[in-house]
Ligand binder design. Structure first.
Ligand SMILES: [Zn+2]
Length: 460
């Protein structure tokens, strides 16, 4: 009778203590998550416990947890992986858990939120850390079932199995990567340590301004600022945050883009003047002109028969300025048969625009030179096969003319006048952060060099 009361009291005491430690443990993890982005110096990983039983490196957290929740002590933590065509039960059987233990373990996981769903979708290859139960030691498991979560299973003092899902503790690391392109941006960027998804972001973002096929030269350079989320326990990158800043220098032409979120919109990228990274192609690269002939079949005014018109005609007086429809490189500027005086601009790997029947070219237009959207490139005329002064304008997608009225390139809005001051101070902060990271990267390099020098000195 007395013994029963004592046991109840003991159990009650253990439950209170256990939940206290569980709360403490959760708090510790969430704390690690929230402070890490603010201050990198404070991101000291959770202290690993002493390696009393010569445990495998990554198994120490079972030990850690067992200590914290006051569970039955464990020893000899081992590691296996979930094999193809295995579920947790058969895996546990393979690693010598007894059927009675297995059903208790499955039971406790089933009771977790979405437990049965978790059990039915455990990934093949999942790492299972485990301790086999014995008279002296408790059964325990750690299932690293997603990139960010672990399930722990342990035995309490009364040999009952308990389980809980824990977020893996992470820290945020601001990262600046600089590189020089050897042959290929993709390979050079990966080699310099840019994670692949960050690189894809970078290519999408720069793709509006740059033709990766043709504009990249060996010796061109780039830098990217982004944050990595790192699993403190495994030291692996679990995810990357959107690029904050990217810069690429192509033979002296520099492109800089900064991530900025205005009061209403989602984050977008803008250059240092607040111009959107998303460049569209103008449908009407001329001011005050009348659309005189649309894209499509028409009776040709000179040839007399029906012919596909693969552009737009804008009637305007001779000498009316014609604008570059988008940022790009002048690919052709000269006489081009029935097109007369003709300019073609290559905007990206995909899009080009062409301007025909011009009376003349702007004095700065040269083949191979970069032009910006809206800059004057030439003047309306009636050269080549033409009945009167007009601009014949073509949009060329993958070397085929398309209807300029129907192209759907996303046009990014530029930063509004109301937001420009906020934007400018925002990019100043990013630049300051970049400079600080540059300095700490350099210090690290110096430290490594000094270390090597020391090693050389020691050898001699
Ligand atoms: Zn035409």
């Amino acid at each position: 009778m007395k013994k029963a009361i004592k046991n109840i009291l003991l159990e009650h005491f253990l439950t209170v203590i256990g939940s206290f430690f569980t709360i403490l443990f959760c708090f510790h993890i969430s704390n690690a998550n929230s402070t890490s982005s603010k201050n990198n110096e404070k991101n000291i990983p959770i202290q690993r416990p002493l390696n009393l039983f010569n445990l495998e490196e990554s198994a120490d957290t079972i030990f850690n947890l067992v200590q914290k929740v006051g569970a039955k002590p464990v020893a000899n933590i081992q590691k296996t992986r979930l094999k193809k065509n295995e579920n947790l039960s058969s895996a546990l059987k393979r690693i010598n858990f007894e059927p009675r233990q297995i059903s208790k373990i499955i039971n406790t996981i089933n009771k977790l939120n979405k437990g049965s769903k978790i059990l039915s979708s455990l990934p093949v290859g999942m790492i299972i850390h485990y301790s086999n139960p014995s008279n002296l030691t408790g059964g325990a498991l750690k299932l690293n079932y997603t990139k960010t979560k672990d399930i722990f299973v342990w035995q309490d003092i009364r040999n009952n199995y308990k389980s809980e899902v824990f977020l893996r503790p992470t820290r945020i690391e601001e990262t600046l990567v600089k590189g020089v392109i050897k042959n290929n941006l993709y390979i050079s960027a990966l080699k310099s340590g840019i994670p692949e998804n960050t690189l894809l972001e970078m290519i999408t973002l720069l793709g509006f301004s740059i033709d990766f096929q043709r504009e990249i030269r060996s010796g061109d350079s780039f830098e990217v600022l982004f944050a990595k989320e790192i699993d403190i326990l495994s030291d692996l990158v679990t995810q990357t945050k959107p690029i904050k800043y990217v810069s690429i220098n192509l033979s002296g032409n520099e492109f800089n883009f900064f991530n900025y979120k205005d009061k209403f919109g989602s984050p977008q990228y803008y250059d240092e003047n607040g111009k959107s990274s998303k460049r569209t192609i103008m449908k009407t690269p001329i001011n005050g002109a009348r659309l005189s002939s649309r894209y499509g079949n028409r009776k040709h005014p000179i040839l007399g028969y029906t012919k596909m018109h693969r552009g737009l005609d804008f009637a305007a007086p001779s000498g009316t300025p014609v604008f570059a429809a988008g940022d790009g490189i002048i690919e052709k500027a000269g006489w081009n048969g029935s097109y007369g005086k003709y300019i073609r601009i290559r905007h990206t790997g995909t899009y080009k625009t062409a301007y025909a029947h011009l009376s003349g070219f702007h004095k700065k237009v040269r083949i191979g030179k970069r032009v910006l959207q809206g800059k004057i490139i030439g003047y309306v005329g009636t050269t080549g096969r033409s009945t009167g002064p007009h601009l014949h304008y073509e949009v060329i997608k993958n070397n085929i003319q398309v209807n300029p009225m129907k192209i759907k390139l996303p046009a990014g809005k530029n930063i509004s006048k109301a937001d420009i001051n906020d934007y400018k101070s925002h990019i100043q902060k990013i630049i300051k952060q970049k400079i600080a990271l540059e300095k700490s990267n350099q210090d690290n390099k110096l430290a490594i060099n000094n270390h090597n020098i020391q090693k050389i000195l020691n050898v001699n």
